[in-house]
Design a protein. Structure first.
Lengths: 459, 300
């Protein structure tokens, strides 16, 4: 922070203008306590100077009592949260950490490696763009690496980076690093990543964490932080417009705005849209915002749209690009992660909550369970806590969706127990079990003039 | 495609959360504490529901020991945006004469803040209450959900939290149970300041350095905001250039010496600061895991 103290007030305006252009990257760290995961996150926070002096003083104090690093400050204690965890010496839940560089702001989902790993990892991975998998250089790819990679891939993370940690304990040997990278690449070949990158690090001493290490001159790639600053996770440019309607804003009889967060594509004034599942068509009249109307809005923005025609649209509907509507269905094949001690009961009614509505439904047929260590399919009649399975589900009414691998927002759901109201599971839609699910049969209700307009013909 | 900045994405997430509460909960309320985080939260609510006014009231739990300027600022904001403001004071506490000086910070905070909040939520039957807390404020907050379930007794059970995936929030509660909802969970202190700057959001002038009468108690600078602060023998308030990093009950809120009289200067100071935000709050330094304990008991 010393350098920052020189910032004169006049420079602050410039500095802020730059800072306000930063992008956001969310990543998850996977690994066990023994892999040095907390130390790695502590190191990222510490080296990016986001540890305040009073926090550091507390950690120095704690290091003497509970630390595992002798005279060194135990950076893992920086991220060791709840009192209950400190007593047990393990992380029991997902914790979120924040740090930033001049290029990006980072949100880290820190998940435990042992206890409840599937439930917690799935939770942390659900909002992450990138996964950092820790491997102990002495042990190489283990069963837990396989399950971390599998869950990461299942939750739709496209970019995975392997931090081969504790390189200091294998004499910074390139041969050992190469061996582990090859092992991991072989594993990643079975999964659906867009990229898999390996980086040799020593979290304890900071080698290749925030700066390139001089102790591994044979390694020519970026340090972990450099990778995280560079990796491209921007949404697909050409995806068709999708906006799940979250809430209808009706302050008076003159105004009816459809509020939602754009799940894909872009929208501009005058764009033709179709409301699914009704199939009713209109065009975007205004994109309303507090600071004045917008001409255009993009994926990720929370907006309010008004339409040129008075068509019936409500929460649960999805506004789609007029020439490319989303599919709808009430029967699906889906991957399900079970998150509760009471097992899944096929046939029992649960509430299924999607991005913008809650529908009753049930699991009609559990096809198989997945062994997250071997990726093997296993027969099963139920899913227990932390099990992952593939099942058919039937909902009480059709919902508008996209396969999860194409769109996380439109392909995800949680399962809520009707009696206890607890979240008992989470799922990812694979495909509809009905044919031609995006046929808009209500098309017949469209008048001659509208039809002609769509087709650029004269009636 | 236009790249959204980190502030754009944080803003969109917060708006999504607020709309979800309004779409799903019966009787939401926004806890408004007058500070900079509340100011940002209020702006986000104005944006989320524009052109409608936020479809829920603001609730301010007044401990009767807030800085005078906070009360003026609160009433002015409510008037300016035409908001429905509920002010709740624990009258039983007032009748018993509970205060931070006579009873100490722990008792005062419990009776006038924690108990008062529970009273207000019960009296009006709110089933969801927005709070401006951030995960970066405190270790125990780092694990709190955006939608944080509270039992009918308002207790938080850190070991039994609902898993929270994607941006799909389980808002369901049984009668008497409620949700505390934190739309700004993923913001940091620096994000808050950057957003105040970008959006030109008005905040109380207590955040800006000015000459104010203070006394030094155990190394903490306490502003003499009214005549209720007893002075020790021979103790005299001194005029010093100070400002506040957080706002609360004035006898429990430490000032810092500062020359920062503009927003840019505050941000500059925030960037180079060496002590974390809550250090100025007297209540946090009681015990190691005190925030976690207070939250289990119903503190926001």
């Amino acid at each position: 922070m010393a350098a920052r103290e020189d910032l004169a007030s006049a420079d602050i305006a410039t500095y802020l203008a730059e800072q306000e252009q930063k992008t956001l990257l969310r990543f998850i760290t996977c690994g066990s306590v023994d892999d040095g995961k907390s130390t790695l996150i502590g190191r990222l926070l510490f080296d990016s100077k986001l540890i305040y002096e009073d926090q550091l003083a507390a950690v120095e104090r704690d290091s003497k009592v509970a630390g595992t690093q002798g005279e060194k400050v135990d950076l893992a204690l920086l991220v060791d949260g709840l009192a209950a965890e400190r007593e047990q010496g393990i992380t029991i839940d997902v914790a979120y950490r924040f740090f930033s560089t001049d290029r990006r702001k980072f949100i880290v989902a820190d998940t435990p490696g042992h206890e409840q790993y599937t439930r917690n990892m799935a939770t942390g991975a659900s909002t992450a763009d990138v996964a950092v998998l820790l491997i102990d250089a002495r042990n190489g790819v283990q069963a837990q690496t396989r399950r971390h990679a599998y869950i990461t891939s299942l939750l739709g993370i496209r970019h995975v980076v392997v931090a081969v940690n504790k390189m200091d304990l294998v004499d910074f040997a390139q041969s050992r690093f190469d061996e582990i990278s090859r092992e991991f690449d072989e594993l990643a070949g079975h999964l659906e990543f867009a990229s898999a990158t390996s980086i040799p690090v020593s979290a304890l001493d900071g080698d290749n964490v925030t700066a390139r290490s001089t102790r591994m001159p044979w390694y020519e790639g970026p340090a972990l932080l450099g990778y995280l600053e560079e990796v491209d996770v921007s949404p697909q440019e050409l995806a068709a417009f999708r906006m799940p309607v979250q809430w209808v804003n009706r302050p008076n009889h003159e105004f009816r705005g459809f509020c939602g967060t754009i799940a894909a594509g872009t929208v501009a004034r005058g764009d033709a849209v179709i409301a699914m599942p009704s199939g009713r068509r209109s065009t975007v009249d205004r994109i309303v915002s507090f600071a004045g109307d917008l001409d255009r809005a993009v994926s990720g923005q929370a907006v309010t749209l008004t339409l040129a025609d008075e068509i019936d649209v409500s929460r649960g509907d999805v506004l789609c690009s007029g020439d490319d509507p989303a599919e709808q269905s009430d029967q699906f094949a889906a991957h399900i992660v079970w998150m509760h001690a009471k097992p899944l009961l096929p046939g029992r009614q649960y509430r299924f909550k999607t991005d913008n509505q809650t529908v009753l439904g049930s699991v009609t047929d559990l096809k198989y369970k997945v062994d997250v260590n071997s990726f093997a399919k296993q027969a099963g009649k139920t899913l227990e806590l932390n099990d992952i399975g593939v099942a058919n589900i039937a909902l009480a009414k059709p919902v508008v969706f996209a396969p999860y691998r194409d769109n996380r927002r439109l392909g995800s759901f949680i399962i809520i127990d009707r009696q206890s109201n607890e979240t008992v599971g989470a799922g990812m839609l694979d495909f509809s079990l009905r044919r031609a699910a995006n046929v808009v049969w209500q098309e017949l209700e469209i008048g001659k003039a509208q039809r002609a307009a769509q087709k650029h013909q004269r009636p | 495609m236009t790249q959204l900045t980190h502030l754009d994405r944080l803003e969109a997430e917060s708006i999504h959360i607020m709309r979800e509460v309004v779409a799903e909960c019966d009787k939401p309320v926004m806890l408004y504490s007058v500070g900079k985080d509340s100011s940002v939260m209020l702006r986000l609510a104005l944006k989320a529901f524009h052109p409608a006014r936020p479809p829920f009231p603001l609730l301010h739990v007044d401990t009767t020991w807030k800085f005078r300027e906070m009360i003026e600022f609160r009433d002015r904001m409510a008037g300016q945006y035409g908001l429905d403001l509920i002010v709740h004071i624990n009258e039983e506490g007032v009748a018993e004469g509970i205060g931070p000086i006579s009873h100490g910070s722990a008792v005062h905070t419990d009776v006038m803040k924690t108990q008062a909040l529970k009273q207000a939520l019960d009296r009006y039957g709110f089933d969801a209450a927005f709070g401006g807390a951030r995960r970066d404020e405190d270790k125990s907050r780092a694990k709190e959900r955006v939608f944080s379930f509270r039992s009918a007794q308002h207790r938080w059970d850190p070991k039994n939290q609902r898993p929270e995936l994607w941006s799909i929030y389980n808002t369901r509660v049984a009668r008497g149970e409620s949700m505390r909802v934190f739309p700004m969970s993923n913001w940091t202190e620096l994000d808050i300041w950057q957003y105040i700057h970008r959006e030109n959001i008005e905040i109380p002038s207590l955040y800006f350095a000015a000459r104010r009468p203070v006394v030094e108690r155990d190394g903490v600078l306490i502003m003499v905001d009214d005549e209720r602060l007893p002075l020790e023998k021979g103790e005299r308030p001194q005029e010093r250039m100070v400002r506040f990093r957080t706002l609360g009950c004035y006898p429990l809120t430490g000032a810092i010496e500062s020359e920062a009289t503009t927003l840019l200067e505050i941000i500059r100071e925030t960037l180079v600061t060496t002590s974390s935000e809550r250090q100025g709050r007297v209540i946090d330094s009681d015990v190691g895991a005190s925030m976690e304990q207070k939250k289990q008991e119903g503190y926001f």
